[in-house]
Write a protein of this length. Structure first.
Length: 174
């Protein structure tokens, strides 16, 4: 586990406050953790916003308080904190019982269980978040929700997140 300097701990605490506000549905606190000109990019689906109003609109319409279904679970895999950036690797589990626009835009709930690994790269400017770049394997999500048939394709489903948590699980046989 990384030993954090006071400055790094401040970055980690800021991100924890930001994430908790998102989960709690607190748009004002979420935005208070961000710079005057932030951006947010959910890379696999090109969702997010640019500038304070763009980010606020995305959060209000698609994320804050609408983050996940009620059964969501988060499991931290790793966190690296530098002098002005944090990288979080998290496994997220949930049942797709509600619309999740930031992850599956335009897709109605499928009722299927989903496990995915998400990586968040968070840039901090001073004591505020300047940007978040969020990455995950969208093919894995589509396989798990029944929207992509993995037959003959080099893709996988929940076993991908499970292998991140347990590297001793078998790799793909070729």
């Amino acid at each position: 586990m990384q030993t954090l300097s006071p400055e790094q701990q401040s970055i980690a605490d800021l991100f924890e406050q930001h994430m908790q506000a998102e989960l709690d549905g607190d748009l004002e606190t979420t935005m208070a953790t961000m710079t005057d000109d932030p951006h947010l990019n959910h890379v696999p689906v090109l969702a997010g916003g640019v500038g304070r109003e763009g980010v606020r609109s995305f959060y209000a319409d698609h994320l804050v308080g609408k983050f996940f279904p009620p059964d969501v679970e988060f499991e931290s895999v790793s966190r690296t904190v530098g002098s002005d950036q944090l990288v979080d690797e998290i496994v997220i589990r949930f049942t797709h019982t509600t619309a999740i626009d930031w992850l599956l835009p335009g897709v109605e709930p499928t009722g299927k269980p989903v496990e995915l690994t998400v990586v968040a790269v968070v840039k901090v400017d001073g004591d505020k978040i300047a940007h978040e770049h969020i990455y995950w394997d969208q093919a894995s999500v589509l396989v798990q929700t029944g929207l992509l048939d993995p037959t003959g394709l080099p893709v996988s489903g929940a076993e991908q997140a499970r292998k991140v948590l347990d590297p001793s699980l078998p790799s793909r046989a070729f």
